[in-house]
Design a protein around this ligand. Structure first.
Ligand code: FES
Ligand SMILES: [Fe+2]
Length: 398
């Protein structure tokens, strides 16, 4: 039997991954240690926690974090693991509280993670030594990221280089209008690989393919792109491109990117028939007919239309299951029922994600067959190829 190192070395460039990368629990354990727990993952938006004591629980693979606004008004994250004998402390998904009480033996923690009560312990028991463990958390222009490492990648370059594109859409003041979690019974990498390529869009996503131009050849896309670029400035947007992945990633930092792509003519935003679904974001004064792609690290992606943003986060549950969290965000002062309707807002990416789930699960079923053999990537799967090459490099990095 090949070792993991030998398997990585035998991976054919330009071809899909070997079956063991999807099915082997030993490789998954290595992924947890070297990829999943080492990287930043989008956990939501700061507007979800307006008041001290507002919290939510964020789960990835074997880890669970409580994200909470502390008494000093700062957002913090703590391991959802009791310092007594390790029970999960918080069993609610979200809410507002003044304290977290462990359901097992009742140890109590305040919203700053301090242990405040522990029944029947010795007189000399030092509560101050048993606060909840801290989990790394960063807020990047309103977006909340968590990393389950005490030595996470830096985010300074991303914060600096994405400041202008994020300010155009006023990320700081967005709000989450809807959040849905999609369970996908498949290895997590298949979900992210699927998001990275649009080779499948024409065949699997009639709704998306009507309005997005990503899967058409450059020659056909170029005039649409030029039309959007000509219009952009008068709509309040600047033409910016940022790419900091692969060799371009700053040493020791998270990778990131930003670009904007035209929609087909007549489509103003990502909705049924391209009709506006919410008030224009940030400083926008009109629709330029584009959609912006942001990416943050290996798990978190955003698509920003002129009137709303959609964030996609793909995370493993175990080696056989993963989930996709989608956050639909609108400007913070938009009012539900008056300025936007949640069903209209979520229609496109709900229908598209259900279709993606089906193709990912079918892919997963086939990949487990004894007849599965990695096939060659097409030119339209360039990003997916770079992503799996990154995964293989990270698996080798001890
Ligand atoms: S495990 Fe939490 S109080 Fe005992
Ligand atoms: Fe898709």
């Amino acid at each position: 039997m090949q070792s993991v190192d030998e398997l990585i070395a035998s991976q054919k460039p330009g071809f899909a991954l070997d079956q063991r990368f999807y099915t082997d629990p030993e490789i998954y354990a290595l992924e947890v240690e070297r990829i999943i727990n080492r990287n930043w993952i989008l956990a939501g938006h700061q507007s979800e926690f307006p008041e001290p004591g507002d919290f939510k629980v964020f789960n990835v693979a074997k880890e669970s974090a409580i994200i909470v606004r502390g008494s000093d008004g700062e957002l913090k994250a703590f391991a959802n693991v009791c310092r007594h004998r390790g029970s999960l402390v918080c069993l609610e998904d979200k809410g507002n509280t003044r304290k977290f009480s462990c359901p097992y033996h009742g140890w109590m923690y305040d919203i700053d993670g301090n242990l405040t009560a522990a029944r029947s312990m010795d007189k000399d028991f030092d509560k101050s030594a048993y606060g909840l463990r801290k989990v790394s958390l960063e807020v990047i222009h309103g977006l909340v990221f968590v990393c389950f490492s005490d030595d996470p990648p830096g985010v300074g370059s991303a914060r600096r280089d994405l400041a202008e594109p994020m300010a155009m859409f006023d990320f700081e003041n967005l709000k989450v209008a809807a959040h849905k979690e999609y369970d996908i019974p498949a290895n997590w990498k298949l979900s992210i690989e699927n998001y990275q390529e649009c080779y499948h869009c024409a065949t699997s996503h009639p709704e998306y393919a009507q309005m997005h131009t990503l899967m058409v050849y450059w020659k056909k896309r170029e005039p649409l792109q030029k039309h959007m670029l000509d219009k952009m400035e008068s709509c309040g947007l600047r033409n910016i491109e940022v790419f900091a992945y692969d060799e371009e990633t700053p040493e020791g930092e998270m990778g990131y990117q930003y670009s904007r792509t035209a929609l087909f003519e007549g489509y103003l935003t990502g909705s049924k028939e391209g009709k506006p679904v919410a008030p224009l974001l940030g400083k926008l004064t009109d629709y330029d007919g584009g959609g912006s792609d942001f990416a943050f690290g290996p798990f978190s992606f955003l698509l920003v239309y002129s009137d709303h943003a959609v964030a996609y986060v793909f995370t493993p549950v175990d080696h056989l299951n993963c989930k996709c969290d989608i956050y639909w965000m609108v400007r913070g002062d938009a009012v539900e029922g008056k300025d936007y309707d949640v069903d209209e807002l979520t229609w496109l990416w709900d229908v598209t994600t259900h279709a993606d789930k089906t193709i990912i699960v079918n892919n997963w079923k086939g990949v487990q067959s004894r007849y599965y053999e990695p096939g060659p990537f097409s030119g339209q799967e360039r990003l997916e190829r770079s992503w799996i090459e990154w995964v293989l490099r990270e698996l080798k990095r001890s």
